[in-house]
Design a protein around this ligand. Structure first.
Ligand code: B1M
Length: 230
């Protein structure tokens, strides 16, 4: 049974989604897992559960975090709760019958520990048929370079959620240029404070506003590159 003895299974889809926003806000991971399972059992598509229940709930948390109503400890609990829900969705979002179509190295940049969006992007890329090497958070340029050398991916993906850390993406791209290896990789960037213009300005191949766009863009760019060398 959920918080305050609310029987989540008795709620309509809309009420359950609203309740999940509250539960995410309160950092109630068990309730988020239960709500996610109920919505899936009722036949809601995983991307709808993800966007309407989980990501929208986190957006609401973000607003109150910005306004000083919520603080880091509460937001950490909300982050744990959304991650618990994402784990239920993972096999559905990352499942693919398709052959591997390419390899991606992805990570959040140095001094940035936000990983929820990056994890979603990684899941959707797996679902689109990519092998994903996830470097986690707080990656210095050296870590990206090592991983590129070790894994020889088609794509380098970088995520940043802070206006103070997004410029670091250019540090990484400049390092690729300096070493004469920029053209070996498709560079994709994303994260809430970025936009198309920023992506262009730092020399990325693509800025992607969300995980679904990232998966589509990755497929299109890898196919275009293969076609160009064929
Ligand atoms: Co942070 N935080 N946070 N935070 N946090 C933001 C980003 C902030 C906007 C909140 C706010 O003020 N409204 C603000 C940044 C302001 C700014 O830079 N202008 C902020 C701040 C200030 C901070 C701290 C500095 C707070 C402090 O300590 N005083 C601190 C910094 C820590 C650090 O990194 N050094 C901090 C800490 C934290 C927590 C640890 C508490 C927690 C992170 C937990 C975790 O990730 N494990 C946290 C959280 C959760 C948030 C908010 C509330 C939610 C972020 C999130 O997960 N969104 C966030 C507010 C917000 O963004 N509205 C906020 C859900 C996720 C699905 O979306 O990450 O945007 P998002 O990812 C999307 C797209 O952006 C895109 O696809 C994803 C899925 O569709 N995408 C890509 C992302 N990466 C991509 C890569 C791609 C392609 C697409 O290609 C490679």
């Amino acid at each position: 049974m959920a918080a305050d003895d609310i029987d989540l299974a008795s709620l309509s889809d809309e009420d359950l989604i609203r309740q999940m926003h509250d539960d995410l806000y309160d950092g109630l991971a068990d309730e988020i897992v239960e709500g996610t399972r109920i919505l899936l059992e009722r036949g809601l598509p995983p991307d709808r559960v993800l966007n309407d229940a989980l990501v929208e709930g986190m957006r609401i948390v973000g607003v109150d975090f910005r306004d000083g109503i919520l603080f880091v400890p509460e937001v950490l609990l909300a982050a744990n709760a959304i991650k618990a829900g994402m784990e239920v969705l993972r096999p559905l979002l990352a499942e693919t019958g398709a052959e591997r179509i390419g390899k991606v190295v992805i990570g959040t940049v140095k001094n940035d520990i936000h990983d929820i969006g990056k994890n979603l992007v990684a899941m959707m890329l797996e679902g689109a048929g990519f092998e994903v090497i996830d470097l986690g958070i707080n990656n210095p340029v050296e870590r990206y370079l090592e991983a590129l050398e070790e894994h020889e991916p088609d794509i380098l993906g970088m995520s940043a959620l802070l206006t103070t850390t997004m410029p670091y993406m250019k540090v990484v791209i400049d390092a690729l240029v300096e070493r004469g290896i920029r053209d070996r990789y498709i560079v994709m960037v994303g994260g809430a404070p970025l936009n198309e213009e920023f992506g262009r300005a730092i020399g990325a191949d693509a800025y992607c506003r969300d995980a679904a766009v990232a998966a589509e863009t990755a497929k299109a760019l890898v196919q275009a590159r293969r076609a160009a060398v064929a």
